[in-house]
Ligand binder design. Structure first.
Ligand SMILES: Cc1cc2nc3c(=O)[nH]c(=O)nc-3n(C[C@H](O)[C@H](O)[C@H](O)COP(=O)(O)OP(=O)(O)OC[C@H]3O[C@@H](n4cnc5c(N)ncnc54)[C@H](O)[C@@H]3O)c2cc1C
Length: 387
């Protein structure tokens, strides 16, 4: 009898999961990847693409996927957990035995007059608008997180004839250590980015008028698709699919969640921010647990942590804040060209890690998370098993 594992979402988490499943070459296991776009999007490069410093932020799926994976170019619009099917926007139904929910994220609510570069379509629109601007025109980037900072500096470097401002409600990079943050502010000044901090930009009315800008890029956090919520699956307040430490949906344990669109419940995992760095290990573990379920073996509990927060500040400047496994900043931080080179190496490594998994299931490894989370997760699973 054949078994079908459907992966919904062909981003970092989904492709990693699909590769780990397919490369395991289990007899009778079919792997299907559902994704609306026809190419793999390197989201971590979308600020470069927006600013015109990168021509193409995509690669073919064929270049990153195991050849046995069947690709379905469509979007999942509803998951019917009771009869294990995924309804597609194109009208079809995909039956599954196992499902990996990895539909990622985009920009959180974007106000009138603004664009968001968190997905390829918005980045393409922003790129086109920037190309059409006359020297001296004003581009405002709203947000104080790393994506907003990277975007503002990349545009300032890519378009030195434009005026670029960054509007953050607190300080840029509030979660970084103070010395790293000061270095970041020096880099913003060197790139002539006009920094406005301490005031929230109103999202009422056309924000171009309120910021007196020709283009406004809204980069104030990620939001997730409502697929899990409309499918009646458990979600958190942000709409992320709630999964247990084995990445399974409680009560629908053939469904696994990974990446930005999923959240591991239990406070021990709160440090796992939406990131490529967290999405890939989650995708890998979701696949591992499907393989273990097929073998009748107990699931592994997810265990991943961080090593650094890497920020590109144009092509020749950067910042790396080294962090503990739970993402808290350490004293060590790097700035300048060395940091830019390190960030570029990591960006290239993400594709290499994904491709290595297509060649050998289990090839990709990652940093462990905090030991306290490991212990809390094991205790929570023990207590769930007893009740
Ligand atoms: C400019 C920028 C820079 C960044 N830099 C970094 C960085 O340096 N380091 C870092 O760790 N993170 C970074 N990130 C964040 C990182 O890109 C995301 O956290 C990461 O892409 C999440 O991976 P994912 O697989 O969960 O989702 P995604 O990469 O978003 O992939 C989700 C996929 O699912 C597809 N999909 C959506 N809805 C459906 C549906 N209904 N059915 C089927 N498929 C669907 C999407 O089309 C997409 O292909 C950056 C993000 C941006 C925008």
């Amino acid at each position: 009898m054949r078994t079908t594992a459907v992966v919904a979402g062909g981003g970092y988490a989904g492709v990693l999961a699909a590769n780990r499943l397919a490369a395991a070459a289990r007899p009778g296991l079919d792997v299907v990847l559902v994704n609306p776009g026809k190419r793999f999007v390197e989201r971590i490069r979308l600020h470069e693409y927006t600013a015109g410093t990168r021509k193409d932020p995509t690669v073919t799926f064929e270049s990153v996927l195991h050849p046995a994976i069947r690709q379905v170019r469509d979007a999942a619009v509803r998951i019917h957990a009771a009869d294990r099917t995924v309804q597609l926007a194109g009208g079809g139904q995909l039956p599954y035995d196992y499902l990996v929910y990895a539909v990622g994220s985009g920009a959180a609510r974007v106000p009138e007059g603004a664009l968001a570069i968190e997905q390829l379509e918005g980045a393409t629109a922003a790129r086109t608008e920037l190309e059409a601007l006359a020297p001296g025109e004003h581009v405002a980037v709203v947000g104080g997180g790393l994506t907003a900072i990277e975007t503002a500096v990349e545009i300032a470097r890519g378009y030195p004839q434009l005026r670029v401002s960054l509007h953050a409600s607190s300080v840029p990079g509030p979660h970084l250590g103070a010395p790293a943050r000061q270095g970041l502010e020096r880099s913003l000044r060197r790139a002539s980015v006009d920094l406005h901090t301490g005031t929230s930009v109103s999202a009422i009315g056309d924000v171009r008028a309120s910021l007196d800008a020709a283009v406004v890029l809204w980069s104030a956090g990620f939001g997730v698709p409502d697929l899990a919520a409309v499918s009646g699956l458990p979600v958190d307040d942000a709409g992320r699919l709630r999964v247990d430490p084995a990445l399974r949906v409680p009560g629908a344990d053939r469904i696994y969640g990974a990446g930005d669109a999923a959240v591991i419940t239990g406070s021990g995992y709160a440090y796992l921010r939406m990131s490529c760095a967290a999405a890939m290990p989650m995708g890998a573990d979701a696949a591992t647990n499907i393989l273990r379920s097929l073998d009748g073996r107990p699931a592994v509990l997810h265990d991943s942590g961080f090593g650094g927060q890497c920020v590109s500040l144009g092509r020749s400047d950067g910042m790396v804040q080294f962090v503990a496994a739970d993402d808290t900043p350490l004293r060590l931080h790097l700035h300048g060209r060395t940091a830019a080179v390190l960030k570029e190496i990591i960006c290239r490594m993400t594709l290499r890690w994904i491709r290595s998994e297509a060649k050998r299931s289990g090839a990709y490894t990652w940093l462990k998370g905090p030991s306290t989370t490991r212990e809390a997760a094991a205790a929570a699973m023990d207590s769930a098993a007893r009740t």
